[in-house]
Design a protein around this ligand. Structure first.
Ligand code: NAP
Ligand code: COA
Length: 258
């Protein structure tokens, strides 16, 4: 049950990079349900259009690769031209796979860093002069890999650690203009591409869930509620933080032991 009321974001403009599937689509959908105009962007134009159609309420889908600054900037300018200053910008595009460093090419490492970290720079740098000042809420979708080293995840660990630091630096640089910059670190979220890649079998998924203090994977809707919270006036004094929405996962293995 959501604590947020209908119409909360009436008249708001929200942009979600990587908002065409999974967690980010759930975030986009929730902002739209609460009244915002929402633009979602991904590489695949058909997927973007289908995502916008599934959201309804006037949502629009755009195509750009977050690794291409000019392409990201062009989409942000289109949204700004038609809808005015952006109230919320979410940077959630990411790529991931399991690979040991010894099985990872330089281009494989670079690809994930380019999407996750450089992509987040491109989205936030690209929106700087297009967001509402004061008042805008910028949110990066990061991951536990940013702080907890994980084998076969060197690329994601390095990229997301960079995302967390980028969030903190931008919070310092843009705070004086009334722009808040935060991150959300989801734990394992049920039914997502990310978990299909990192926990590909039911056995692995159940083993993972058994170690989480809340004993379950999270829901897309639960991450969406965190993004909504960070964008409301209830979070007006929160910037530069990484909000863990992960059932306590980062506390470590919570199974009883000696
Ligand atoms: P997902 O469904 O695969 O979503 C990824 C989104 O990013 C899609 O919209 C995809 O659309 C887009 N995208 C990928 N590469 C892109 C690029 N180069 N340029 C523009 N868009 C691009 O992933 P998810 O599992 O929901 O994860 C979403 C976010 O949550 C990610 O930041 C991930 O690191 C984070 N996260 C997920 C989990 C989890 O349990 N799933 C846990 C912790 C953190 P196109 O393919 O059309 O480009
Ligand atoms: N193990 C090792 N290396 C891999 C790999 C894997 N499972 N998958 C891809 N790579 C390497 C490729 O071999 C390539 O390196 P090379 O040129 O040296 O051979 C490099 O990564 C880029 O692969 P490519 O397929 O050209 O990249 P892309 O830009 O088309 O796609 C990915 C990016 C690889 C991240 C792709 O998985 C993707 O689009 N992911 C988006 C969805 C996603 O990951 N969702 C979960 C988010 S948490």
């Amino acid at each position: 049950m959501s604590a947020f009321r209908d119409g909360l974001f009436d008249g708001w403009t929200v942009f979600v990079a990587g908002g065409t599937s999974g967690i980010n689509l759930g975030i986009a959908r929730r902002f739209a349900e609460l009244g915002a105009y929402v633009a979602v962007a991904g590489r695949n134009p058909e997927k973007a259009r289908a995502a916008a159609d599934s959201i309804g309420r006037g949502a629009e889908g755009f195509s750009c690769d977050v690794r291409d600054y000019e392409a990201v900037r062009a989409v942000l300018e289109r949204v700004h031209a038609s809808r005015g200053p952006l109230d919320v910008v979410v940077s959630g595009a990411a790529g991931n796979f399991l690979a040991p460093v010894a099985g990872l090419s330089a281009n494989g490492f670079k690809t994930v860093v380019d999407i996750d970290l450089n992509g987040t720079f491109n989205v936030f740098r690209g929106c700087y002069d297009l967001v509402r000042k004061p008042g805008a809420s910028l949110i990066a979708i990061t991951a536990g890999q940013a702080v907890n080293p994980m084998p076969f995840q060197a690329h994601a660990c390095a990229a997301k650690a960079g995302v967390n630091q980028l969030v903190r630096v931008l919070a310092m640089e843009w705070g004086p203009e009334g722009v808040r910059v935060n991150g959300i670190s989801p734990g394992p979220i049920a039914g997502t591409e990310g978990m299909a890649r990192l926990a590909p079998t039911r056995e692995i998924a159940e083993a993972l869930a058994s170690r989480i203090p809340l004993r379950r994977f999270g829901e897309v809707s639960e991450v969406a509620e965190s993004a909504v919270f960070l964008s409301t006036s209830s979070a007006a004094y929160i910037t530069g933080t990484i909000l863990d929405c992960e059932g306590g996962s980062q506390l470590g293995d919570s199974r009883p032991r000696l």
